[in-house]
Design a protein around this ligand. Structure first.
Ligand code: PLP
Length: 424
């Protein structure tokens, strides 16, 4: 991470090898971490796919359904007003979490995927012309590739891909070469889900803005691992999913600068996104409601607020430092593992470890680890182009959250050893 990104994303405190973070106390707040799988205590290392939920999030969601379930924005009755208040309080919590200037800049979505599609189908479809270029990286998730390909078919825009090097670092020299006055949008992952690479997003934003391009950051994998400040980053769009941040599935946030949202047309029509409707004319609602057609995921937003609140009470710097130590410990153990090749060894990495082992199919590994209670992910991780870059069809991936322990690491490595003994 370059100096500007570091400042904007407030990354881990320096890891010392000893972690004062009270992981036992934190784990106790996640009921699922006490469960067993195949008779073995669960070791959950699939956090890049989705994170587990603390009791506070589960309770907040149930409390809504049990005590004030009602639709938002349209009711005068008490339950509807309470639901509306809590839903809007979630918007304010999201604003605070991202340090956005205004709640009008917070659009609730189903998740990162929907946020990126919204930008493609509203902002880019309206303002980009045939021949305009969109830059993405090689290691993007399909959610940050396919919407731009769909747009290219609709508008004749051109998708350009910034290469990565062998370690999985974005080739910034190539990025600067590809960036030109034709570039209208840079859409870049903050952290790669397949490789763990942390991209220098602050530098990317500065360079893109100097070239006159807008920047969308796919924050799906960064929000749980670094505090994000959209104003310090100065990005134009930032999308993330609640379920990767210890919140519920089905809810996410798209941050966009207010002036852009004001200028953008709605992308879905329906209830709540209008002020008045007649057969002759429809007047759209103000931002952000213009982009929230239909009944939103109310329980999801309330659960997400509980996740923000819960995180606000956590020693986040300690949590991130702990995660970093887990990454170092696992990286060292895997380095010593016979026949194992790490895929993605970027200089700045989040706690994601992709690997292949000579002679072993990742899927077989995943199944055998599961039989020992260890949950990892195998396959292409919705990032097929990066697999193609390494000449692989898939990898095994262990991804950590701050509630993982040294014991999790040791059980994971021991399970890998047993799997190799069985399979080879
Ligand atoms: N972007 C990245 C980097 C991801 O890792 C993911 C999910 O794994 C997504 C986008 C899509 O997130 P969601 O499926 O929650 O919309």
């Amino acid at each position: 991470m370059d100096a500007a990104s570091r400042q904007a994303a407030q990354p881990p405190a320096v890891a010392t090898g000893v972690t004062p973070f009270d992981v036992t106390r934190v784990r106790a707040e996640f009921p699922i971490l006490a469960t067993s799988v195949h008779g073995k205590p669960l070791v959950y290392l699939d956090n890049a796919a989705t994170t587990q939920k603390p009791r506070a999030v589960i309770d907040a969601t149930s409390r809504y359904y049990e005590t004030f379930n009602a639709n938002v924005h349209r009711g005068v009755h008490t339950l509807s007003q309470r639901a509306t208040d809590e839903f809007e309080a979630a918007r304010e919590a999201a604003r605070r979490f991202l340090n956005a200037a205004d709640t009008r800049e917070i659009v609730f979505t189903r998740g990162t995927t929907e946020g990126i599609n919204l930008v493609a189908q509203s902002y880019a479809r309206e303002f980009l012309q045939a021949g305009d270029e969109i830059l993405i990286g090689t290691a993007e998730h399909h959610a940050n590739i396919v919407p731009w390909q769909m747009l290219a078919r609709q508008r004749g825009t051109i998708l350009k891909v910034v290469p990565i090097d062998e370690r999985g670092d974005l080739d910034m020299a190539a990025f600067e070469r590809l960036l030109s006055s034709r570039t209208k949008l840079v859409a870049i992952g903050h952290v790669s889900n397949a490789l763990g690479t942390v991209n220098p997003v602050a530098r990317i934003v500065a360079l893109a803005h100097a070239a006159g391009a807008k920047v969308l950051i796919d924050g799906a994998q960064s929000v749980a691992h670094a505090a994000v400040d959209v104003r310090a980053l100065d990005c134009d769009f930032f999308a993330f999913s609640g379920h990767k941040l210890f919140g519920p599935t089905g809810i996410g946030v798209l941050y966009a600068k207010a002036a852009l949202l004001e200028a953008m047309p709605p992308w879905q029509g329906g209830g709540d996104m209008i002020k008045t409707v007649s057969f002759e004319h429809t007047e759209f609602n103000d931002i952000p409601y213009k982009f929230e057609a239909g009944t939103p995921d109310i329980a999801g937003a309330i659960g997400l607020k509980a996740a923000f609140d819960w995180l606000a009470g956590l020693d986040f710097a300690g949590a991130i430092a702990h995660e970093h130590v887990l990454l170092e410990r696992t990286t060292a153990a895997l380095h010593a593992f016979p026949g194992l090749r790490a895929i993605g060894t970027a200089r700045d990495k989040a706690a994601v470890l992709s690997f292949v082992i000579d002679g072993l199919h990742p899927q077989d590994l995943g199944v055998l680890l599961d039989s020992q209670g260890v949950a990892i992910r195998t396959g292409h991780h919705c990032a097929m182009p990066v697999m193609q870059h390494y000449g692989l069809s898939g990898t095994a991936r262990a991804s950590f959250a701050f509630y993982n322990t040294f014991e999790d690491v040791d059980r994971f490595v021991a399970a890998l050893g047993r799997a190799r003994d069985i399979l080879m």
